[in-house]
Design a protein around this ligand. Structure first.
Ligand code: 6AU
Length: 396
């Protein structure tokens, strides 16, 4: 696939991450660019391990080398869904400790109403612990605005901490959105039941339970950008190089894939570019195999008649971040990394970041299966950072 950038590199390809902070249209992207400069890292670990305890141990060990930790919560055994003490909350604490963002690779694709619920509700409540998630927009651009709306609604509630108080009344289970509140009600119900069952009226008849408990939730301003204050003392450690991440949530549009025979063609990728330009307040960028900033329809899908297009001005203003999976270093003595035999295709960090112009290299098995994952993560960090520096030098 040829790009207009081959002849005329887009300005964002030449700038440093620090320089791109100012012109970012998403607060989380600005933050991430700053974090990348502070940690001299453009590495994302794809932490596709078997068990939740392995995930947390790996995140703690590799955390110093990365700026993004990518999860697939649905392939992890033993994922604890508790909103305050579960795996998501523990990952969030590790993210604060080491300074990285969490990216849940959920690849949402459905009608708007369904993705809103999948994103913010259900068992995993992804929006609460993942700064970033991604979407395959084959269902159409409307799902992006639907997710943006859901994230915004959630965000408006977050500066307020939920405070639950329990008092005597009549409980209705459906009222209890908060799991903890339900637990408290259940406890009280047991107490009341125990007390009333042992209480007899003077005439010997058992008293009946007229009222039990009601739960009221009030919202109090919180002064720090977190949902969960503390899990344990260790969870209070905060990475010293930069302030905590903002509470804004961001989306990466899955514009191109690394897998062999992928059906996402130029027409689809062009629709991704248009959806990104239309939803800049929520879309941070792309999961893609090449840089798409400033790209035109002619470069991606010349014969596609899409009816509406984006302007040259809009294309010039692009400053989306690009994260790229299918990244591996070749084994010693070999030039190119081999695929995994299951359709995954790999490129080196140099090819992806320097030549193709993407920003963050996503590495999974290249690090996870190494004998010493933290040391291997450091090796990848250095290679990916060098590729970024080489790109700037090459295009200067
Ligand atoms: O480095 P690997 O091959 O062990 O892992 C790559 C990770 C996996 C994939 O689900 C994911 O990256 N991925 C994605 C993402 C991030 O959306 C897109 C894609 O095109 N290829 C790909 O491998 O967790």
């Amino acid at each position: 696939m040829s790009t207009s950038q081959e002849t005329q590199p887009h300005w964002s390809l030449k700038q440093s991450f620090a320089e791109r902070v100012e012109s970012s249209t998403h607060p989380l992207t600005s933050y991430l660019f700053r974090l990348m400069e502070v940690k001299q890292s453009n590495l994302c670990l794809s932490a596709d391990v078997e068990h939740a305890r392995d995930l947390l141990a790996l995140a703690d060990k590799v955390g110093p080398s990365i700026v993004v930790l990518k999860t697939h919560y649905d392939l992890i055994t033993g994922w604890d869904y508790h909103p305050h003490t579960g795996t998501g909350a523990k990952l969030a604490a590790l993210a604060r400790k080491h300074g990285f963002l969490i990216f849940e690779d959920r690849k949402f694709v459905d009608i708007g109403s369904t993705v809103q619920k999948q994103y913010t509700a259900g068992t995993a409540r992804i929006v609460e612990w993942a700064h970033i998630t991604n979407a395959d927009i084959h269902a159409g651009e409307a799902m992006v605005s639907a997710m943006a709306q859901a994230a915004q609604k959630w965000r408006e509630r977050v500066p307020y901490e939920v405070k639950t108080s329990v008092s005597v009344g009549t409980p209705v289970a459906d009222q209890f959105a908060d799991e903890e509140a339900e637990d408290q009600v259940e406890e009280l119900r047991k107490v009341v039941t125990r007390e009333t069952s042992t209480t007899k009226d003077t005439d010997g008849r058992k008293s009946s339970i007229v009222s039990i408990t009601t739960v009221t939730q009030t919202y109090e301003p919180a002064d720090s950008p977190r949902l969960v204050k503390t899990i344990s003392e260790d969870d209070e450690i905060v990475f010293p190089g930069i302030e905590e991440a903002p509470l804004d949530r961001g989306l990466l549009i899955l514009a191109q894939m690394s897998s062999k025979g992928c059906l996402m063609d130029g027409k689809y990728t062009w629709e991704c570019v248009k959806a990104a330009r239309k939803n800049k307040g929520f879309v941070m960028g792309y999961v893609a195999q090449q840089n798409l900033n400033g790209i035109t329809k002619e470069a991606l899908a010349p014969s596609y008649e899409d009816g509406e297009s984006t302007t040259e001005q809009e294309a010039q203003a692009d400053n989306f971040i690009h994260m790229t999976p299918g990244c591996k270093l070749p084994p010693p003595g070999e030039e190119a990394p081999q695929g995994d035999g299951l359709g995954q295709q790999y490129n080196t960090p140099d090819n992806l970041v320097n030549i193709k112009g993407t920003d963050i290299a996503i590495v999974g098995r290249g690090i996870i299966t190494a004998a010493d994952p933290p040391a291997e993560a450091e090796r990848y960090r250095r290679k990916a950072w060098k590729a970024y520096q080489d790109r700037r030098e090459r295009l200067a």
